[in-house]
Design a protein. Structure first.
Length: 374
């Protein structure tokens, strides 16, 4: 019997609903979260480590902390080898606002170059917004395969360099659809700020200082400057990886809002941020949502990490660490919103495109620096 018009309409409606569910299922599959894949045997751990873990698990059960702990390399390392984010009193809201003013002029020039040379005339931000929506209840660049492999900073407190390189490598992946292999050792050896003092060393530094250097001098490859976890003399190597601009998510506030950070993650990619580590539980984290109420920016030790996305159902950021794959969820953690002072002075970076010349961007950067000195 031939189908009537109303029958065809009902069939079309069913297919449309099915398509919605299939699309939703596809989106759910695309949002694959990191999982724990590497672990260290507790049987081989020292008696002190085993005792610590027993105490931590008792505390987690008693207080329903919502996360798990286990044996990690970080747990046996001193904080001096893990934490290295330090304050600089010269970084004021006025200085941050001036940095953002220059950054937006550079971003505008980059957009103009893209529109002149690319078939797709949309700005990089517009392109990224087709993938990432800050109003979405869940998004992370890990699911989009736009994050670099997890690394281990080893016995050096240069988390600031790893946070800067991690954010940059993600931006490079997003902008150019190809991986970068940036050298943290190069930043440790060579990165300088305006007064020619080091951006940091094995006892601490700032990701913002690393971005400052990278925006002017570029970034070397790991092949050229391999990681040693020790400070060395700068050899002035080639620096093929270039930066368009970098800036602060909210230059006027120490702690940007949740919505501001989400927007920056969509507009620029994963962002570098600062947090405080007080409890050794964080060093032993293996899963769940980590949360710790830290009242002061001086409490514990400072740590620099990368935020790659969020999940509102967990009330948490997806954070990328630099303590190896045996820590956390193969190097990642879900960090509760507001936990551990996370989000302070969050910074973004935009990698340069490899498909068109950025000479005019460099010329504009020099013009801005000259005008600022007048």
């Amino acid at each position: 019997m031939p189908m009537t018009a109303s029958g065809w309409a009902r069939a079309a409606a069913v297919l449309a609903v099915a398509a919605v569910f299939v699309g939703a299922a596809g989106a759910a599959r695309a949002q694959k979260d990191p999982e724990r894949t590497e672990s260290i045997s507790e049987a081989a751990a020292s008696p002190e480590v085993r005792r610590k873990l027993q105490e931590m698990r008792g505390e987690a059960r008693a207080n329903r902390l919502g996360y798990t702990v286990g044996n990690t390399r970080a747990l046996s390392r001193p904080n001096s080898e893990l934490l290295g984010d330090i304050d600089d009193p010269n970084i004021t809201p006025e200085q941050r606002a001036e940095q953002n003013r220059r950054a937006q002029e550079l971003i505008q020039r980059d957009n103009q170059l893209r529109q002149q040379t690319q078939k797709d005339k949309r700005s990089q931000t517009e392109l990224q917004r087709t993938v990432c929506n800050p109003a979405s209840p869940k998004f992370h660049w890990y699911a989009e395969n736009k994050v670099p492999p997890i690394r281990d900073q080893g016995g050096c407190g240069d988390c600031w360099a790893f946070a800067a390189v991690g954010a940059y490598e993600s931006s490079h992946l997003i902008v150019n659809n190809k991986a970068a292999d940036g050298s943290e050792q190069y930043l440790l050896d060579c990165a300088r700020v305006a007064d020619n003092k080091p951006a940091g060393n094995c006892t601490g530094g700032l990701a913002a200082f690393a971005f400052y250097h990278m925006s002017r001098a570029g970034l070397a490859t790991r092949k050229t400057v391999p990681y040693t976890a020790k400070e060395r003399v700068c050899t002035n190597p080639a620096t093929p990886y270039k930066v368009v601009a970098w800036g602060y998510v909210n230059p006027k506030q120490d702690f940007p809002t949740r919505e501001e950070i989400k927007k920056a993650i969509c507009d620029y990619g994963p962002v570098a941020t600062r947090m405080r580590v007080v409890s050794d539980n964080f060093k032993a984290y293996t899963g769940g949502v980590y949360r710790e109420n830290v009242q002061s920016d001086d409490a514990g030790g400072g740590h620099a990490v990368v935020l790659v996305g969020w999940d509102d159902s967990k009330d948490a950021w997806l954070m990328r660490n630099s303590w190896g794959k045996d820590w956390g969820l193969s190097g990642y953690a879900w960090m509760a919103y507001g936990s551990n002072r996370i989000g302070r002075h969050t910074t973004w970076v935009r990698a340069a495109s490899t498909s068109y010349s950025t000479e005019s961007i460099e010329a504009l950067r020099k013009e801005l620096e000259i005008s600022d000195k007048k």
